[in-house]
Design a protein around this ligand. Structure first.
Ligand code: SF4
Length: 212
């Protein structure tokens, strides 16, 4: 990435960490995904049960393989299994010790905004897993909820393409507010404040362009 662009993302990432800490998340800043991964592994004790939210950011960190191969109880919904079995793993993962996820947008008011296909990530961020670790690039920072929704819709189209869902947007590149079975935009969630259960949320902000 262009150095000036990276510098600006670093500035924005550091600023949002202050905003998030004021909103009662445990937020911290890192420069890159390698450092983010080190922090995640520091935070999660061996033997913990772990759920992952679907995410390009987490894919870039290779966390599926790390948790498969490590000394963890990993709710592995990335196996090649029939969909009802995957849904069962998603249900069980609602009581994981840790949910590790990214987020679709962070507003400058300290809100975490997400759009889900199945709802497991949005639901788990709100309640269920004992702790939630969010990893997000500074490219996901937006001004407000309105901008977050616009960002999310743009990202949803790319996610539909990435996971090969049969949706109209994958044909055209634009949202048509579809009602097909593969629709990826089914559940919109907003976390307004991280303080309800003290220490539950850790947000690792990466001063770089990460994920969509
Ligand atoms: S509502 Fe349908 S068409 Fe629009 S972005 Fe979501 S999946 Fe694509």
């Amino acid at each position: 990435m262009n150095e000036v662009k990276r510098w600006k993302l670093q500035c924005e990432g550091k600023e949002i960490v202050s905003i998030l800490n004021a909103k009662k998340y445990n937020a911290l800043y890192v420069d890159n995904l390698e450092q983010a991964k080190e922090k995640v592994l520091e935070l999660i004790p061996k033997g913990s049960s772990i759920a992952l939210g679907g995410s390009v950011t987490l894919n870039e960190m290779d966390l599926v393989n790390t948790f498969r191969e490590g000394d963890y109880n990993f709710y592995d919904r990335y196996q090649d299994l029939p969909f009802p079995e995957i849904v069962e793993i998603m249900r069980q993962s609602m009581v994981a010790d840790y949910l590790v996820t990214s987020t679709n947008a962070i507003t400058r008011k300290g809100e975490l905004v997400n759009m889900d296909c199945s709802g497991n990530r949005a639901a788990g961020m709100i309640f269920g897993p004992k702790k939630v670790i969010v990893i997000a690039g500074a490219n996901k920072i937006v001004e407000n909820l309105e901008e977050a929704e616009k960002r999310i819709k743009r990202v949803a189209i790319m996610n539909a393409k990435r996971i090969n869902h049969k949706t109209p947007c994958v044909e055209t590149g634009f949202c048509q507010d579809c009602s097909v079975p593969g629709r990826v935009c089914n559940y919109l969630s907003v976390v307004n404040n991280g303080g309800k259960f003290e220490g539950r949320f850790t947000v690792i902000v990466v001063g770089d362009e990460v994920g969509y």
